[in-house]
Structure formats: structure tokens, C-alpha cells
Design a protein around this ligand. Structure first.
Ligand code: DX5
Ligand code: ZN
Length: 224
């Protein structure tokens, strides 16, 4: 018989490559390549130049990505004026849409705005944000996205305290909403994947690690 611990150890980690690290001059090709390499989701980093010091993709580009993708989208909104961006990207029918707790004033309302649009809702925590802040929203959400770098850029180093936060968050999640997925974003590679797995991660975002490799399939496999 498989014990719970056993089951968790053998659990398949979901992998969402971040297209932020793709070659934008051949975006369609890159998106098809990660889908052919059997990623689970395609992670989209939307940055507005206000919430974070970088500007990335609007809905026109994300629509082209969605067309090239055979996998569902995982949209990470790093923006101010969150309800506006939720409406803007909702017609693309992503699987997940996640918003930063640091930016949203009426988080419960925004989460239900996303869910009422038929999209799974996630909350993102910056590296300095305490996981206990999620206590009263966890039962309503489908995903927590832990930032293990400061949002804004790909290719940064993993912040070590994220591991302790993930362990604490897992306890909170198991107690309040076992169906909610735990995802981590920033500096993920084959160097830290076992620690993340042992701490209970369900899903990882990886940009530079996957797109910087010369074999996307192998890179994705090494994170599973
Ligand atoms: C950072 C983004 C990440 C980023 C991850 O603000 O949210 O999704 O692309 O890139 P890597 O895996 O290179 O740290
Ligand atoms: Zn992201």
C-alpha cells in the first residue's frame, strides 16, 4: 500500500515554462517547442511598468501565444489597476489568472471577479510578504504563487528564505484548502527542484532554466 508520504514523493510536478525567457523574434516557434516538449502550462508574465520596473506583453501578443499553444495558459499579472487587467485578459480563457496580494485592495472581490469569469484564481506573494496573510482568502482560491525572486525580470537567483515560506504555506494550505495548488516562480532549476519537491511544491515556473537549455524536453523532465 502506498503511504501518503510515498504518494507525495512520487507526485508529478507540474511545469510551466515562462515565455519571458523565450526568443521573442520567434515566439510562435518557441511556444510550440515547449508544448511539444510536454510542459503542463505556459506561464505568461504581464508587466505594466508601474507595479514592476519592466514592461512585457499586452493581450494582442498573448492572443498570438494562445494560438500557438496546445497547453493552457497560466497568467501572472504584475500590474496596478488589477480589475482592469483581469477583464482585458479574460477573453483569452487562461486556466489560471493570478494577482499580487500587495497590489489588490479588495482581494476577495477580485478573486471572485476572476472565478465568475470561469477562470481559476491565484494569489501571488512577493518575497517579503508573510504567508499568514492568506489565511482568510485561502478557502476561496485555486492557486498560491510564491515569488522566489523580486518580480520584474527573468534570470535572477532563487531567494533561499522562499523554502521556509513554502513549508509554512504548505501547512496552512493543508489545513485550510487542500485542493489549492502551490506554485513557485523565480530561479527554479535542477539545483533546487528536490528541495522544492520535498517542501511540497505542486507546480513550478521556470524561464531561463528551460529556455536557456538546448533540450527543452530534457529540461522539463528534470524538473518533474
Ligand atoms: C519574474 C517572473 C518569472 C520569470 C522567471 O517576475 O514572474 O516568471 O520569468 O524566470 P526565471 O525562471 O529565469 O527566474
Ligand atoms: Zn511569473
Amino acid at each position: 500500500m502506498q503511504t501518503k508520504g510515498n504518494k507525495e514523493r512520487h507526485k508529478k510536478i507540474l511545469v510551466a515554462p515562462s515565455v519571458l525567457s523565450a526568443d521573442f523574434s520567434k515566439l510562435g516557434e518557441e511556444v510550440r517547442a515547449i508544448c511539444d516538449a510536454e510542459c503542463d502550462y505556459v506561464h505568461i508574465d504581464v508587466m505594466d511598468g508601474h507595479f514592476v520596473p519592466n514592461l512585457t506583453m499586452g493581450p494582442m501578443i498573448v492572443k498570438s501565444i494562445a494560438k500557438a499553444s496546445s497547453k493552457p495558459l497560466d497568467i501572472h499579472l504584475m500590474v496596478k489597476n488589477v480589475p482592469f487587467f483581469v477583464e482585458l485578459f479574460a477573453p483569452l480563457k487562461p486556466a489560471f489568472m493570478s494577482v499580487h496580494i500587495e497590489e489588490v485592495q479588495h482581494l476577495h472581490r477580485v478573486i471572485w471577479q476572476i472565478k465568475d469569469l470561469g477562470i481559476k484564481a491565484g494569489v501571488v506573494l512577493n518575497p517579503h510578504t508573510n504567508e499568514q496573510d492568506l489565511e482568510y482568502i485561502l478557502p476561496d482560491i485555486d492557486l498560491v504563487l510564491l515569488m522566489s525572486v523580486n518580480p520584474g525580470f527573468g534570470g535572477q537567483s532563487f531567494i533561499p528564505s522562499s523554502l521556509k515560506k513554502l513549508k509554512n504555506l504548505k501547512q496552512l494550505r493543508d489545513r485550510l484548502n487542500p485542493n489549492c495548488l502551490l506554485e513557485i516562480d523565480g530561479g527554479v532549476s535542477d539545483k533546487n527542484i528536490m528541495d522544492l519537491k520535498n517542501a511540497g511544491i505542486d507546480m513550478v515556473v521556470a524561464g531561463s532554466y528551460i529556455f536557456g537549455s538546448n533540450d527543452y524536453r530534457q529540461a522539463i523532465l528534470s524538473l518533474r
